[in-house]
Design a protein around this ligand. Structure first.
Ligand SMILES: Nc1ncnc2c1ncn2[C@@H]1O[C@H](COP(=O)(O)OP(=O)(O)O)[C@@H](O)[C@H]1O
Ligand SMILES: [Mg+2]
Length: 316
């Protein structure tokens, strides 16, 4: 645990080059406001990769609260700049961030550790030169619907749930524009869950599970970011043994990827009660209405207290 004096300058980093920069500004605004309300000396800084190290030095920042989603903020690049600058930062380290951001790399880690995750095929750059061959492999392994995902995107961008054969080729073409690798994944029908993990005295601990119930039936960009489009139930109304299995799986996934600080693990639970990890989010949204704050509130941790706990976990 890091101890910061309230006079120390804490930089809240926001923005960045990814498509999620708007969402990052909301996260950063909420975090900055919450920490300021506790008396911390906060400076909000828009991430400019080339100059961020010099800017942080000029501010004499003592630590960074990272609110940059996606490119740079969530993929290990920013973490590597901060390591070089010797500045403590919130969340996961360089390698863990890079693996978690990449859905193909994450799958390889989950599979190697025997962690329950939907069956998949991973197509690399060379494979994708022959889309026809990829399609044949997909058809041979999966029945529809099948899920196609760009390896390195978030916020449901570059994710296609293909329900009809006629849409498969175009979906593969489209998804492969977002990334050099594509994951084709078995579709899991069932409950959509997410588990926030926090470190308590250095030990990863699962917060109450959140069940996500989009009114449209699909948890896409619209359902994620439109007010009232999705119901969030916390704690998720599951059987006791399902809750235990989902939390245990989320903790396994967290450890498997080597994550630290707060992370959110997305899990699908099928009708038989078997949970599957789909991905890890290492810079989860942190507005007052985001999922991690909802889970923390369910155990009595209010939003400013949550931000202070995350800051105290900053490391390098
Ligand atoms: N294997 C799957 N089976 C069914 N639905 C899926 C599957 N993978 C993803 N989805 C749906 O697509 C959404 C986005 O996928 P996810 O892998 O979490 O990527 P991201 O959140 O980074 O866009 C999920 O929240 C879920 O609703
Ligand atoms: Mg997700």
């Amino acid at each position: 645990m890091m101890e910061f004096n309230k006079q120390d300058t804490i930089a809240v980093l926001v923005g960045g080059p990814s498509a999620e920069r708007e969402i990052s500004r909301n996260t950063g605004g909420a975090v900055a406001e919450a920490l300021s309300s506790l008396g911390y000396n906060i400076v909000k800084l828009a991430l400019e990769p080339k100059t961020v190290a010099a800017q942080l030095a000029a501010l004499k920042a003592k630590a960074v609260f990272n609110c940059v989603h996606g490119l740079y903020g969530e993929d290990g690049r920013l973490q590597s700049i901060l390591e070089a600058a010797g500045l403590p930062y919130t969340g996961s380290g360089v390698l863990a961030s890079a693996i978690a951001m990449d859905k193909a790399a994450s799958k390889r880690f989950f599979i190697a550790d025997g962690i329950s995750t939907p069956a998949c095929l991973i197509f690399g750059k060379a494979d994708l030169k022959d889309k026809g061959a990829c399609l044949e492999k997909i058809r041979a392994k999966f029945s529809l619907p099948v899920v196609l995902k760009a390896a390195s995107q978030g916020s449901s961008i570059g994710v296609a749930i293909v329900k009809e054969e006629a849409a498969l080729a175009a979906a593969l073409e489209d998804v492969s524009h977002y990334s050099e690798e594509v994951v084709a994944e078995e579709y899991i029908a069932g409950k959509e869950l997410t588990v926030a993990i926090m470190e308590k005295e250095g030990e990863p601990t699962a917060l109450p599970i959140i069940m996500i119930a989009p009114h449209s039936g699909a948890y896409d960009f619209h359902s994620k970011y439109t007010k009232g489009a999705t119901d969030y139930l916390v704690p998720a109304p599951l059987k006791e043994e399902e809750t235990a299995a989902v939390q245990e799986l989320a903790l396994k996934a967290y450890r498997c990827l080597g994550l630290s600080g707060v992370a959110r693990i997305d899990v699908l639970l099928n009708a038989e009660g078997t949970p599957f990890v789909i991905e890890a989010n290492t810079v989860p949204g942190m507005t007052a209405t985001s999922l991690v704050p909802k889970a923390a509130a369910a155990v009595g941790i209010d939003f400013p207290a949550l931000c202070a706990l995350i800051l105290a976990g900053a490391h390098y």
